[in-house]
Design a binder for this molecule. Structure first.
Ligand code: ADP
Ligand code: MG
Length: 328
């Protein structure tokens, strides 16, 4: 990964609905309990589960095809998308990297902005976060321009503005700024002319950094883990988005809810996905992302899954998501 000199490319609360009647418990517990009551073995019961594949496939995604995005002859202005959910571990960072890489694979110039002091997005792309000198923090403080901090990744067309733990000082430092909600928007304005898509990876909170992301964005993608309590907090997030829309950024829209870590073999995640689709209808992406062991592997490799295992189901799903988003 090399830092680029000039500007890139130009020169070169409570859930809205409650889930199910029974409490959280693993699918195998449920399978065993059901098996006991029917006098079946757990293995027999598991094959019942597998027989539900048609229903599972329906929930997972329809057979709808999204067109391969047309080639571009010129680039920009960017569509800015905030990847947001104040719950941690739901797949925000994983989706930022892989949706970004998939869009770059379709010839889009993509900029990823790491707005989480944990720096997981930067680490996931192979950046040595503890030794980098300049990050999004310096951009927000007005010490450097965003263009000066942009780095290339190993994926052609995919660039990054990194972050590290230093960013945790930003919330406090921004509080006293005039127009504190608009600092990121102002900082990205020039770059937005030369990229096709900017994805902002938010931290798991609804604090000032996240509000800055929402103020800079055209739309929000909300990754949701297919787990009980997935919807807890979504109402609060929606309220925040509405407030930002009415007070700060009238063009802000919800791009979609993205179900992640879906496991068709368990009743549990199928049920959660069913409820999410029931509650949010068309707002839920057709594409869902399956749970796979590959993701922890890819982050240690510092590569998107589309590069690490391009034929894997998850890589194919993120490519489909890219087509779905670009088709909207
Ligand atoms: P967030 O940014 O919302 O905190 P991450 O993208 O960092 O969430 O994901 C949290 C953890 O879950 C990471 O260890 C990541 O590798 C793993 N993970 C993300 N998506 C998947 C998936 N589809 N299947 C399995 N593990 C996943
Ligand atoms: Mg993250």
């Amino acid at each position: 990964m090399a830092r680029r000199g000039g500007p890139p490319h130009t020169m070169t609360n409570e859930p809205a609905i409650r889930l199910a009647s029974r409490d959280a418990g693993s699918a195998s517990d449920a399978a065993q309990a059901a098996a006991k009551s029917k006098g079946k073995s757990a293995v027999e019961d598991m094959s019942d589960e597998l027989a539900l594949t048609d229903e599972a496939a329906f929930l997972e995604s329809s057979t709808r095809e999204f067109p391969v995005p047309p080639a571009l002859t010129q680039h920009g202005p960017a569509r800015v998308i905030a990847m947001c959910n104040q719950k941690g571990g739901v797949g925000k960072t994983t989706s930022t990297i892989n949706l970004g890489a998939a869009m770059a694979g379709y010839g889009r110039r993509v900029l990823l902005v790491d707005l989480d002091p944990q720096g997981a997005l930067s680490v996931g792309l192979g950046v040595p976060v503890y030794t980098i000198e300049r990050t999004i923090y310096d951009v927000l403080m007005g010490d450097v321009t965003a263009a000066e901090v942009v780095m290339h990744t190993s994926v052609p067309g995919l660039d990054l503005i990194p972050s590290n733990i230093g960013l945790s000082a930003a919330e406090l430092a921004l509080v006293t700024e005039v127009g504190r909600e608009y600092v990121l928007q102002g900082a990205l304005r020039d770059l937005a002319q030369v990229y096709d898509v900017i994805l902002i990876d938010c931290q798991p909170s609804l604090g000032l950094l996240t509000v800055n992301a929402l103020a800079a964005a055209d739309s929000v993608i909300i990754p949701l883990e297919c787990e009980y309590f997935a919807l807890r907090g979504v109402a609060l997030l929606q309220q925040t988005i509405e407030k930002v829309k009415s007070r700060i950024n009238p063009r802000l829209e919800i791009e979609g809810l993205l179900p992640t870590k879906y496991d068709a073999r368990t009743v549990h995640t199928r049920e959660v996905l069913g409820r999410v689709r029931e509650a949010f209808g068309d707002q839920v992406f057709d594409t869902t992302i399956s749970r796979t062991i590959k993701f922890p592997e890819t982050s240690s490799a510092g590569l998107p899954i589309t590069a690490y295992a391009p034929t894997s189901t998850a890589a194919q799903q993120y490519m489909r998501l890219a087509r779905e988003v670009l088709d909207r």
